[in-house]
Design a protein around this ligand. Sequence first.
Ligand SMILES: [Zn+2]
Length: 400
Amino acid sequence: MRLRLLAASVTAVVAASLLAAGALPAGALPAGALPAGPARTAGSSSLAATPAVSPAPVPGPAASHPVSGADDPAVLTGEGGPVGREEARASAAKPTAAARGPLGGTVAPTYTPPVGYPVPKPAVPIPAALDFRADYVPQKSCSGYPKPGALLLRNLLMSTYSGTGSYGIATSCIGRGGLSEHLEGRAFDWRVNANVLRERKQAEAFLNWLLADSGANARRMGIMYVIWNSRIWGVYSADQGWRPYQCSGETGCHRDHVHISLTWDGAYARTSFWTGRALTVQDYGSCVVNGSYFAANHSWRAPRPTPCPTWRPLPATDPIFTVIASYANRNVSVHEVGPGMAAVQRILGGEPATGRTTSLTGQELAAFQLRRGLAQTGTITPQTWRSLASYASGGAVRLS
Ligand SMILES: [Zn+2]
């Protein structure tokens, strides 16, 4: 309830702030103009979308969204930590001329939107100082409920831009491959269609405002990266502007929505756009501990001011492998109680290894199996036992 009141005040208050000064045209949209938008009509518009950029491999996080679950090409198959590859891809991004679209660029002037296309108004005065420039911190846990900052952002965008909508915030780990901040409830899919002129201008009004001055407002809002119309922009690589995003289809290429991933500070609405106080230190979230696959759920009460340590495998002498070996030729229901389940929980990593299954264990098991190319049956199969041992040991333990 408090969140709804906050969101309403965002549209109701004319903030005397740096952001709002001169940025909002007269006759801006009324508060509470929430959309009941048309059904999705992928690919049916007569308006041409922005031409697709090079089909070359695209760096950057592979984000996706709740509506299809099929647009994330990242399948984690290697041994080692679950996130290293995506981080490497994000940091290896190289700018190209083709990546510089009409929305972005290396140095963008302070943005003035076209008449009739507002920009978001903060509810509090915004300081001149900027929040920290965020590092890319990918999803590490299964924490699938919407975080408050994501809800605030959703409500703000839908009330600022009439006729646009939501494709959702949080998704379950069940049935999902790859990495996605939706699995932590800190990403929002804003329903706005690049094939519809008015909606494309609405998206561009927001994104141009967000990215101006090397992403000043993205830092204020705690936005980590956005994907729109076959391109991706990250605050951690703001100097590279928009980059190509490898994709196919209207949804996969984000032509029917803008994907917006938040930092943990954005997810908990702690950045200056929401509080009026600029943060200097990033919250890196919870960490994947040695040998485990997921991190524990990250609480707003315990911000982590330093990056996570490098993931390391468990030594092959760890007693957990003896336990796994004793189960390795059995099909074990996820509901079975005992040391085998405790071993599974320790390796999956999202919760205490009690040996007694919770719904989270089931989610994490399904996500592990999906990402490892195993059947998701609710059963720890002999193949799954072997994959768990191999993963946790960094490939050192191979059960016969
Ligand atoms: Zn998304």
